[in-house]
Each structure stands twice: as C-alpha cells, then as structure tokens.
Design a binder for this molecule. Structure first.
Ligand code: LMR
Length: 333
C-alpha cells in the first residue's frame, strides 16, 4: 500500500525534480510477484516523461544493483500471538539479507531509508550487514512522526502547518518516541510561548503523536499508507534540497559521534540539516530540560534492549531479549 502511493510520486518527479529521469527497480517476493507486475503495468500506462525504466524481481542481489536510493518498506506486521522478540527476529532477517545485498551490489554512495517496522532496529541490522557502505547513509523513517507532530501543534495554535518549524522527533519510531516541543517553533517563536498549556504539551500532544499510527490502524483497519508515502518523499527531499536557514528535519540515524550524549551504536531519530547533497549533519544548538532528557533516555533504553535482542543478526554474539513491556510499535495498540 505504501509503495503503491510512493512509486507514482517518485515517477512524477516529486523528489528529484522535473529534470531528473528515474529508473524504478521493484523488489518483491514470490508471493507478491503478480501484484508487482500489476504495479509495473500501471506505472508504464501512466506515461511519466521522467520514468525511463521499471523492472521487477525477487532477488535483492539483482534488484539492488547500482541503486542510488534503497527504500526498504516491506516487513511483516505483528500478528496475534507473535512475541515482539519474534517479530524483531523475523523482520530482522529480512533486513540482514537486504543489508548484505546492498553491501554487495548497490552504489557505494547508496542512501537507505528503512520504513518496515521496527524501523530503527531494522536499520541498525541493515547497516551492520553492510560494512562496506557508510553507516551514515542509513536512515529509519521518523518523518511521518515529525509531520504528525507539526499537524497537532498547528491545529492547537490555530495556524497553518507551514508555520511550525524545528520539529524534532527523538528516538525510536515507537510509543517511546519524543516529539520535542521545547525546541520546536511556531511562526518563529518557541512553542511554549505560543501554546502555554504545558499539561497539553506534555500529555495530550506527546501521546497523540506517539500513538497516532495505532489509532489510524483502528480506524482504517490497516497501517497508514498515503501519509507514510508522503513522508518518505519529504525525507528524501530533505536530503536532496538544502535545509532552509535555521530549520531542521528529523531522521533516524546512526548515533556514533552524536553531540547529545545519546548511546553510541544505535539508530536514533535526531535533528539534522542537509546541504542538499544527500548527506546531512546533526544540529548542535538544541536545548534540553529534564522532561525532554528523561523521555529521550526512555527511548534510548528501549533501543538498547532491541539491539541486544537482535545481536545474532548484527554479528554481535548471542541475542538476549528483555524488552521493556510497556512500549510498543505505533501500530500495536
Ligand atoms: C505508523 O506509524 O503509522 C506505522 O508505523 C504503524 C505500524 O505499526 O504499521
């Protein structure tokens, strides 16, 4: 569902602009091959001037060949009776395999965006299995959370959502994620100067953003798809266009060398800026208070536990699962 929205946006030039032809290589499984053929037919029939090639396949070592961007969307949703540790293992195997294939055949400068949940830990598994690629180029998608947070702040403040800037999502794409209202701005002013209701910010706003994906599943009967595709486009565009002066965007990236004191060697969503060359740097001038730091720590603890749980997939020995019981993927409510 996500891909079906995303592919048409990519083909229409929404990310790379109207002067950049594009080739789409679609990776499916034996089970999804027919559907993939259907999507490819629809793409061809759309006569996009920029779309020069659509190919499909089920072997990542073929499909990922020379890829400049790898958007890793497919993952198994957690079904009834499936332990979170088991889901980490099942999906982790997909991303370990895809990491190995990217390592072997993708462009040496490939940018990887992991969307399939649990996306932070899947991104960590993927980059650990791709030692010849730069860990910095692996992202876990938290742009959807950023967009959700901007929307909620705009609604509360009664402004259009383009007035909300500097919106960081810290941490894991799970219910421990931290939408940062301390550093965010509305119309250039700190959020707390515009929205004076601290209880709303700390409780309602935070929880609404954290659980938005789950509420949507309850309403729709399936995960977010169109808004996820939009946020993937936003995430890519943020890396290929210069970040507006003074602003930043959120993406889940490898923590090694971070200036905030967050544990090294995990994939954590943090504020970033880009010159538009596909690369990014972490924003240094953010402020912390006890509320923000306490929440960040909780998400960090969760990600460290997830990492221990997939040690067998990252080449770091035997896995040991002691996941905090009170946290969930957004869709697991
Ligand atoms: C979302 O945030 O909408 C999704 O990640 C939810 C899910 O678990 O599929």
């Amino acid at each position: 569902m996500i891909s079906n929205h995303l592919l048409f946006k990519l083909a229409s030039g929404e990310v790379f602009g109207q002067d950049q032809p594009i080739a789409l290589k679609l990776l499916g499984s034996e089970r999804s091959l027919q559907a993939l053929e259907g999507v490819a037919m629809e793409l061809e029939d759309s006569l996009y001037p920029l779309l020069r090639e659509v190919s499909i396949g089920i072997d990542p070592y073929v499909v990922f060949e020379d890829a400049d961007w790898a958007l890793l969307i497919g993952a198994k949703p957690r079904g009834p009776g499936v332990e979170r540790a088991a889901l980490l293992d099942i999906n982790g195997q997909i991303f370990a395999e895809q990491g190995k294939a990217l390592n072997a055949v993708a462009s040496r400068n490939v940018k990887v965006i992991v969307v399939g949940n649990p996306c932070n830990t899947n991104a960590l598994i993927c980059l650990k299995n791709a030692p010849n690629l730069q860990a910095k180029n692996f992202h876990a998608l938290t742009r959807l959370d950023e967009n959700r947070a901007k929307c909620q702040l705009a609604l509360k403040a009664g402004v259009f959502y383009d007035k909300v800037s500097n919106m960081t999502i810290w941490g894991n794409h799970s219910t421990t994620q931290v939408p940062d209202f301390l550093n965010a701005k509305i119309d250039g002013k700190p959020v707390k100067e515009v929205i004076k209701d601290t209880k709303w910010l700390e409780e309602d706003f935070t929880v609404t953003v954290q659980k938005r994906g789950g509420v949507l599943i309850q309403k729709w009967g399936r995960s977010s798809a169109a808004s996820t595709a939009v946020s993937i486009v936003d995430a890519m565009r943020s890396l290929v266009t210069p970040t507006p002066e003074g602003d930043w965007f959120s993406t889940g990236v490898y923590t090694t060398g971070n200036p905030y004191g967050i544990a090294e060697d995990i994939v954590f969503s943090m504020p970033c800026r880009s010159k538009g060359d596909g690369d990014y740097e972490l924003v240094k001038d953010v402020v912390m208070d006890d509320f923000l730091w306490g929440r960040i720590k909780k998400s960090e603890v969760e990600l460290i536990a997830e990492k221990r749980c997939v040690a067998h997939l990252t080449g770091e020995g035997n896995a040991f699962c002691d996941l905090p019981g009170d946290t969930m993927l957004p869709g697991e409510m």
